[in-house]
Design a protein around this ligand. Structure first.
Ligand code: ADP
Ligand code: ADP
Length: 229
């Protein structure tokens, strides 16, 4: 059984007499441990889809099966538990707590779950063991994003959702950050979904889902994901 099965998922937004269809009849499957990239231009509906997969929003219709359970039917309380226990998030901007050190930022996240990863081991995994005592302002953009990755994977999520994770970084730093995400996925058996508008980044996915104008345009199986570095 696939870890994620999205079936005919549709999300409409209604404001006054104006209706926007952000996702229209979206279907795809993801196996456990896969890295999936969702590629499409601005406004295509990528963030809407990611929000639904992360339990931050509900579809208007359709099913979103995670490990066989339809989270589209979850109550707000069930969604909160799902977000806390099962999902790690990485955004374009790092959203670190400024008055906590790198280590404390990661620690804070690991306290949420009972089966958290070891904080120091997680910092080593992202290559930041020697930066643990630094505050975010003392770190480069790439290092801050690596703290954010450590924070996301410290709670040992089954699913890691990344929305334009290198959008604020230069090319070389972005590559290193993607490498850390890829290594993290391979070493922890997380399922990873990366939203990007960048075709080069999309090639790191085991599947590339092309989204345009709210719909899946094509799903490309990618047996040889491009190594990042
Ligand atoms: P992308 O992430 O690919 O840039 P989005 O999922 O953010 O695309 O947006 C898809 C469409 O849905 C856009 O037309 C956007 O304006 C609309 N949309 C997204 N969120 C909302 C919302 N909360 N209310 C109304 N319209 C929305
Ligand atoms: P855009 O024009 O969409 O901003 P850029 O080429 O400037 O795209 O790159 C945006 C981000 O994507 C950068 O952070 C960069 O690190 C990353 N990136 C671009 N191309 C690649 C690639 N081939 N491999 C890995 N990362 C890439």
């Amino acid at each position: 059984m696939a870890y994620i099965e999205v079936k005919h998922e549709t999300r409409k937004f209604i404001q006054g007499d104006q209706e926007t269809i952000a996702n229209h009849d979206i279907s795809f499957n993801v196996d456990r441990g896969q890295i999936i990239t969702i590629l499409g231009p601005s406004g295509a509906g990528k963030s809407t889809l990611l929000n639904i997969l992360g339990g931050m929003d509900n579809p208007t219709s359709g099913q979103v099966l995670i490990d066989g359970t339809d989270i589209a039917q979850f109550t707000a309380k069930q969604l909160t538990t799902y977000r806390r226990q099962d999902v790690g998030f990485i955004f374009q901007f790092y959203n670190l707590v400024p008055n906590l050190t790198a280590r404390e930022n990661v620690e804070l996240a690991s306290q949420i779950t009972h089966d958290a990863r070891d904080v120091d081991e997680t910092l080593r995994l992202v290559g930041l063991a020697d930066r643990a005592k630094n505050f975010p302002a003392q770190l480069s953009g790439g290092e801050q994003q690596r703290v954010a990755i450590a924070r996301a994977i410290a709670k040992n999520p089954k699913l890691l959702l990344c929305d334009e994770p290198t959008g604020a970084l230069d090319y070389q730093t972005g590559k290193q950050v993607l490498q850390v995400i890829q290594d993290g996925a391979r070493q922890t058996d997380m399922t990873v979904i990366i939203v990007t508008h960048n075709g080069a980044i999309a090639k790191m996915g085991d599947q590339i889902i092309h989204i345009n104008d709210a719909q899946v345009q094509s799903i490309q199986q990618n047996p040889q994901p491009t190594p990042i570095a």
